[in-house]
Design a protein around this ligand. Structure first.
Ligand SMILES: Cc1cc2nc3c(=O)[nH]c(=O)nc-3n(C[C@H](O)[C@H](O)[C@H](O)COP(=O)(O)O)c2cc1C
Length: 295
């Protein structure tokens, strides 16, 4: 996750038994190299790098991952055909993030090893179709033979079990880990996340790249511009001022872009990442034994 998943969070998740991912989308190439090296020093376990294909410097990021012998890459927000062959030729496991079963099939046809099927509830960039996790997971599972990892709205072990009942073989959790001690997100943003309620997030900017974020002054600015019929270039100009960094990394809750999923409404605490992973497994096992018990 941009402005959240550096080496600290990725290594803490991996050390706890999950697969930690470094979010390269907010990193210059040299910064990415440093995070990979620090992550390797902080964990003996597997970890990966996420490369959103919509940002600049993709070729440099890919080159660094190859040089640093990263074993697993999650690609997102772009065409899986562009990079999968090159990554696979270098022995890298490739997982691509999709928002529909049509794109799931495309990822499989491009040679990806697995997909993340990410529903409408998810924080950050998202599909235009608004397919919820509840519908997307069974649809994606039916569409492809490769493993499906479920994402979007999953913040606890009970929901992880539900995803697996629908055929997912794993889950990718974002918002839950924004509210972790190791996330590099600003503490003001983390607090806003754990204080948010149902209805506080919205999927917006569909004319550009749709993104789910907390409703704040920045969101209102975008919405008013859209209502006035702003062109794509005008919207880009509003977005252009490093709004994501301003909001999530620098903690400007009014003027920054605050990417988070609907699941934030279920979060009440900022915890160490290792504790989050432990809790998820505990909740999963309890739900497996007694799925209908109220928690
Ligand atoms: C702050 C934030 C930043 C994100 N950045 C990225 C990113 O750079 N690349 C990506 O593939 N997904 C990104 N995502 C999406 C997550 O990887 C994950 O799929 C999503 O958060 C899952 O849904 P959830 O938020 O309901 O857990 C981001 C999500 C959040 C909340």
């Amino acid at each position: 996750m941009i402005w959240a998943s550096g080496w600290r969070l990725a290594s803490a998740v991996s050390n706890a038994g999950g697969l930690g991912l470094i979010g390269s989308g907010s990193m210059y190439p040299d910064v990415l190299r440093e995070h990979i090296q620090k992550c390797r020093a902080a964990t003996n376990r597997s970890f990966g790098v996420n490369i959103p294909l919509l940002y600049p410097d993709i070729d440099k990021h890919v080159q660094i991952c190859i040089e640093e012998e990263v074993k697993i890459i999650f690609t997102s927000a772009g065409n899986p055909k562009t990079w999968t062959n090159i990554l696979k030729e270098n022995g890298i496991i490739v997982v691509h993030v999709v928002s529909s079963s049509k794109f799931a099939k495309k990822a499989e046809d491009s040679g990806c090893d697995a997909i993340v099927a990410e529903g409408f509830e998810a924080g950050g960039h998202n599909g235009r179709e608004e397919t919820t996790t509840m519908v997307l997971i069974p649809a994606a599972v039916n569409a492809v033979k490769i493993p499906v990892v479920a994402a979007g709205g999953i913040v606890n072990g009970r929901q992880m079990l539900a995803a697996m009942v629908m055929g997912a073989e794993g889950v990718q959790m974002g918002s839950r880990f924004v509210a972790s001690e190791e996330a590099s997100s600003h503490i003001a943003f983390k607090k806003a996340v754990v204080h948010s309620a149902e209805g506080d997030t919205i999927l917006t900017m569909k004319q550009l790249t749709p993104v789910r974020m907390l409703k704040n002054r920045f969101f209102k600015e975008i919405m008013e511009a859209e209502l006035k019929g702003a062109t794509v270039d005008e919207l880009k100009a509003i977005l252009g001022r490093a709004r994501a960094k301003k909001g999530m990394f620098e903690g400007d809750l009014d003027n920054g872009e605050l990417e988070i999923g609907q699941g934030s409404a279920l979060l009440r605490d900022i915890l160490p990442a290792g504790e989050i992973v432990k809790n998820v497994w505990k909740e999963f096992e309890e739900a497996l034994i007694n799925p209908m018990k109220k928690t």
